[in-house]
Design a protein. Structure first.
Length: 148
């Protein structure tokens, strides 16, 4: 077994640190006009997920964020919701919110996915999804988005 160098290289010194991980993963580019030219597993939401994990976001939460970014694009959510889902700033505010308030981010993303971008919801004690109906948590989120 070799001894560690007395003068480690920058990559040896920083390996495994957040700085080293973030340097290895490029910042995502959430650009709707580029999506159709992407290869499988190289969509903007895939890049955002890798970038979020490199910045220290829990992998499961990053996966949920990835789904939210993807659905906002694929289902053509309202522009305010797309912005909330990272499409206006390459996902920077989305990541900052998730890192600072992971439980709130999970709740918000769960609501957005459940309601297909606040378009409809499941009635209490029912498996029927109803267009235009929103449970109270989704109505609160809608009010927040409308104020922004």
């Amino acid at each position: 077994m070799s001894q560690p160098s007395s003068n480690p290289t920058p990559s040896e010194e920083g390996a495994g640190t957040v700085t080293a991980r973030t340097a290895a993963v490029p910042k995502p580019r959430l650009d709707e006009s580029q999506v159709l030219g992407c290869e499988y597993l190289h969509y903007p939401w895939d890049g955002w997920e890798k970038w979020a994990i490199a910045h220290g976001l829990d992998a499961k939460l990053a996966g949920l964020g990835r789904l939210t970014v993807r659905e906002a694009y694929q289902h053509q959510w309202d522009d305010r919701l797309k912005s909330l889902c990272g499409w206006s700033d390459d996902g920077q505010a989305l990541l900052a919110h998730a890192l600072r308030f992971p439980q709130a981010a999970r709740r918000r993303w769960d609501i957005l996915l459940r309601t297909d971008g606040l378009r409809g919801d499941y009635r209490s004690c029912s498996t029927e999804w109803v267009w235009g109906y929103l449970q109270s948590d989704a109505r609160r989120l809608l009010a927040t988005v409308q104020r922004a």
